[in-house]
Design a protein around this ligand. Structure first.
Ligand code: PEP
Ligand code: MG
Length: 543
């Protein structure tokens, strides 16, 4: 048995034969016996045909993977009509007397290399796209058709790279999974694989001997087993069947409301760390995003992310969620989450130190940049803003005042904005004790039980030696949660949990009996939680 590793695009398992796909080598001759005018006309006719093909692909993708994912083919259509691209092709035809296919191929290579060298991730991803559209035109010009990528038997497809159009054209009934040598996890091909629920690995070094061999693609462990032993095959087959059962369960729950047997509706939202997680949120049918940990944008950046850069990320998430609620937590940096460019001093007790809202209220420009970006994104869906680590009414009032300043600045700039709910994380004992007063200031509370446990029990959540003492089931924590729910409800706030405890199924019934309105959990916890909620009857002995 041989094992090769790569990067997984989707947690899933595929078992079956490998089939290596090699793109047909297209011979393009550089010179032409035709005049440059005639070659340019040939190019234009081929381009028109390519545009028609792309229109067909757009419609196919629209049906199979939805509008957002189909949009790539509209981008291809635009790229094919891009002035710079067309001028480059025409230039090669005219100055070198080259054939249309040679000029198209050379331009595709040149533009692809230029895109690949750019800093901007979005532009880098265009490197494959420009090659894809150029190849389409060259194939039309030379009459070449790509060799069939699949045969009659279902197989795991292995290729150097797959373009988005190749991915959409694949016959899903014969595709068990795919493996590529190149590609990035944010490429459209990867996004399509996730949306189509196809296990896939990228960055795998394979050789021709793999063709026809039996294999297991293990997306959970980022690897592929070639010619696996019978024992491994049996255990992976069992896991694959379990996955299928889970998927069937999900299908059964999709679009069904989260209503308990006695008729109470509970919101089940999802926590995310970056925009790339939204696919999982939709895949697991969460009703919204209950915690977008925005500090990851800062942690993944080498300098302060600009308003425009943040706006683009928030807008993408909000648009993808298509009207479902997206709760963006403002910057919660400091303590265990450090970004060097903030130049924060080393502290004796960082968990009790200069962090989160404390930084935002004192380094106002950083805060305002983020708030403006969020407000701008609010025009594209349903956005809520949540402040972390709050301990006092004054902090909330100050934060809201800064938010209003930002709103006024954007209004002055003529920028559209939507209505935005305001909430706070309740994750300090002070916030719990002040819950009645705080509830007068905001629309919702979200209990951050990770920090609430740490601060209530005086136990560092980072210290593994204290694991046995870190007890989120401690009665003190449960009483605090109950107190917060009651105070919130007294003043018209809805109350949820976004800490890890929200996914603890041993407490779900207790939480719902306490009156919690929402639970926000990691994407993989959504489905089991929804199943549990739909089977609960809360009408018995109300807490
Ligand atoms: C929490 O403290 O419970 C929480 C959700 O926030 P984080 O884990 O990001 O501190
Ligand atoms: Mg916290």
């Amino acid at each position: 048995m041989q094992v090769a590793t790569g990067k997984s695009i989707l947690n899933g398992i595929a078992i079956g034969p490998l089939r290596i796909y090699k793109k047909a080598e297209v011979q393009t001759s550089q010179t032409s016996s035709l005049t440059p005018e005639e070659e340019w006309k040939r190019f234009q006719a081929a381009k028109e045909k390519a545009q028609e093909q792309l229109g067909g692909l757009y419609n196919k993708a629209l049906e199979e993977v939805g509008e957002d994912n189909a949009a790539i083919f509209e981008i291809h259509q635009m790229m094919l009509d891009d002035d710079d691209y067309l001028e480059a092709i025409q230039g090669i035809i005219e100055t070198q007397g080259a054939s249309a296919e040679y000029a198209t191929e050379a331009t595709g290579e040149n533009f692809s290399a230029a895109f690949a060298a750019m800093d901007d991730e979005y532009m880098r991803a265009r490197a494959t796209d420009v090659k894809d559209i150029s190849r389409r035109v060259v194939n039309i010009l030379t009459g070449a058709d790509d060799a069939s990528m699949q045969d009659d038997q279902p197989a795991i497809l292995v290729a150097d790279d797959l373009t988005p159009s190749e991915t959409v054209q694949l016959d899903k009934s014969k595709l068990l999974g795919f493996i590529t040598r190149y590609g990035s996890s944010n490429s459209h091909t990867a996004i399509l694989a996730r949306t189509m629920n196809i296990p896939a690995l990228i960055g795998v070094d394979f050789d021709d001997s793999w063709d026809g061999q039996s294999a297991i693609l293990d997306g959970y462990n980022h690897c592929v087993y070639i010619d696996p032993a019978a024992e491994l095959l049996a255990s992976m087959e069992a896991k694959r069947k379990e996955d299928l059962k889970q998927a069937a369960l999900l299908q059964g729950l999709k679009k069904k409301p989260n209503i308990t047997l006695d008729g109470r509706e509970i919101k089940v939202y999802s926590n995310i760390g970056n925009a790339g997680d939204v696919g999982l949120v939709l895949q697991n049918d969460a009703q919204g995003i209950g915690l977008f940990r925005s500090e990851f944008i800062y942690l993944e950046s080498e300098d302060f992310p600009t308003e425009d850069a943040q706006f683009a990320i928030y807008k993408r998430v909000v648009e993808t969620m298509a009207g479902k609620k997206v709760i963006i937590r403002t910057l919660d940096i400091g303590a265990d989450k450090q970004a060097s460019y903030f130049n924060l001093d080393k502290e004796e007790n960082p968990a009790l130190g200069y962090r989160a809202i404390r930084i935002c209220l004192t380094r106002k420009e950083i805060f305002k940049t983020q708030l403006r970006a969020i407000l701008r994104a609010s025009a594209y869906g349903t956005v809520s803003i949540m402040f972390p680590m709050v301990i006092s009414v004054r902090e909330v009032r100050d934060a809201k005042e800064i938010l209003e300043e930002c709103r006024a600045e954007l209004k002055e700039r003529g920028v559209a904005m939507g209505d935005v709910e305001i909430g706070i994380m309740v994750e300090t004992p002070a916030a719990v004790m002040m819950a009645d007063e705080l509830a007068e200031e905001v629309d919702f509370f979200s209990l951050g039980t990770n920090d609430l446990t740490q601060y209530t029990l005086a136990i560092d959540r980072q210290n593994p030696k204290l694991d046995n003492f870190y007890d989120p089931h401690h009665p003190a924590i449960l009483r605090m949660i109950k107190h917060t729910v009651q105070a919130g409800h007294r003043h018209g706030c809805w109350v949820g949990i976004c800490g890890e405890l929200g996914a603890d199924q041993k407490l779900t019934e207790t939480f719902l009996k306490m009156g919690l309105d929402e639970l926000s959990v990691s994407p993989s916890a959504i489905l089991p939680l929804r199943k549990l909620i739909r089977g609960l009857d809360l009408s018995q002995d109300k807490e």
